[in-house]
Design a protein around this ligand. Structure first.
Ligand code: FES
Ligand SMILES: [Fe+2]
Length: 380
């Protein structure tokens, strides 16, 4: 695959070819070799804090049930009854002692084992006494209070995938850990339906060349973003707030204390972090924003964005997150509209051989290498 063009004096890398953003076959390869082999972010540990609490979600075409057992172990299962395949649990969240299938009433324990089959089945004893008919388990690990799943047979430890990317971003692990995401709670969440390939959304988050053109509110808060140089690819660097900005909010006002655990040098800084394949984490002094991309098909993705705060602040009667929410909500809308501008032309003859990464965007090519190597296409 040709990945570079000659412009001026130097060789400048081209973007991926248009078909990489439209082809259902490529999308299937990405699902198989990237998403099925990676740890994927699906929720927060506090949502399933006590035995019997559960959440359900959909990942990689699979319905998933996540629950905590009586032994306090957190487990994820395919949310599929082993009898005739009905969705076992349809509620988005709840608490129960047993999962009973709505179709013929097979029931499963919190550990996924088959516990009950109606006696009218004739073979209920054989079924219940046989461990093979329990729910199919999916690998689950937590990382900073976030729940991650992995569909591969023998996944690497979650830290291998995630800590290595924190190291790339900060050069150490302590700064990120100080934000103590495990102690924060979601105060607001928004879901965006984006008509764009997941890679266009990742590429967009990784470059700030577009910031001065489409993000007036963001560049007002973080003036160095006007230069087009984000801080994501400068290890350890955060972007400083504009001098008259008190908080990362649409008004620039705010009087929440810094998150517990932060140091004075963390004040008035914003950090954006990409965790491939599908998560962005944004750190600010008084809240954290997470994005997770859920690829739907080669030309459509769902993005869930959560705004997390200190629960002690959330409990105060005057807690008001929307000033903060509005800032990144506008950034999201601006970004996703731009992603769609591109997606609609990925089938154009003009993009048959891709576009051009200008020097300021060159770091995106690491992401291209990761994608191409993962799906087995040659990188030149
Ligand atoms: S499909 Fe679940 S009990 Fe029949
Ligand atoms: Fe952006």
């Amino acid at each position: 695959m040709e990945q570079s063009v000659v412009i001026g004096k130097g060789k400048i890398r081209s973007t991926l070819k248009g078909e990489l953003y439209t082809s259902p076959e490529i999308f299937e390869l990405e699902k198989k070799y990237i998403f099925a082999e990676s740890w994927l972010f699906v929720g927060y540990e506090y949502e399933v804090a006590t035995p019997g609490q559960y959440i359900t979600t959909k990942v990689q075409d699979e319905n998933i049930l996540i629950t905590r057992g009586k032994d306090y172990v957190l487990r994820a299962f395919l949310n599929v009854c082993r009898h005739r395949g009905a969705t076992l649990c349809s509620e988005p969240s709840g608490k129960t002692g047993v999962f009973r299938c709505p179709y013929h009433s097979w029931s499963y324990g919190l550990d996924g084992s088959l516990r009950g089959v109606p006696k009218s089945s004739d073979c209920h004893e054989e079924l219940v006494n046989n461990d093979t008919y329990g729910l199919e388990e999916v690998h689950l690990q937590t990382w900073h209070g976030m729940i991650w799943l992995n569909f591969s047979e023998n996944p690497q430890p979650v830290e291998q995938q995630l800590d290595s990317q924190i190291m790339d971003r900060f050069g150490e692990l302590e700064t990120f850990a100080r934000y103590q995401i495990q102690n924060l709670r979601v105060a607001h969440s928004k879901t965006y339906d984006v008509k764009a390939n997941w890679k266009i959304i990742v590429e967009n988050f990784q470059e700030c060349y577009h910031c001065s053109a489409i993000h007036p509110e963001l560049t007002a808060a973080l003036p160095e973003f006007r230069s087009g140089i984000g801080t994501q690819n400068q290890p350890g660097l955060g972007a400083s707030f504009n001098q008259d900005v008190e908080a990362f909010s649409i008004s620039g006002k705010g009087n929440r204390p810094m998150l517990k655990g932060l140091l004075p040098e963390d004040d008035r800084l914003y950090y954006g972090i990409t965790i491939v394949p599908h998560v962005f984490i944004n750190l600010t002094p008084d809240h954290v924003i997470t994005h997770r991309i859920i690829p739907i098909n080669s030309e459509r993705s769902i993005v869930i964005c959560d705004w997390l705060f200190d629960p002690e602040e959330m409990a105060k009667p005057d807690f008001e997150p929307m000033d903060a929410v509005e800032l990144f909500h506008r950034v999201n809308e601006q970004d996703f509209e731009a992603c769609q501008w591109c997606q609609e032309n990925m089938r154009s003859k003009a993009y048959k051989n891709g576009g051009i990464l200008v020097p300021i965007e060159q770091h995106v090519s690491k992401f291209y290498d990761y994608v191409l190597e993962s799906i087995g296409l040659k990188v030149e």
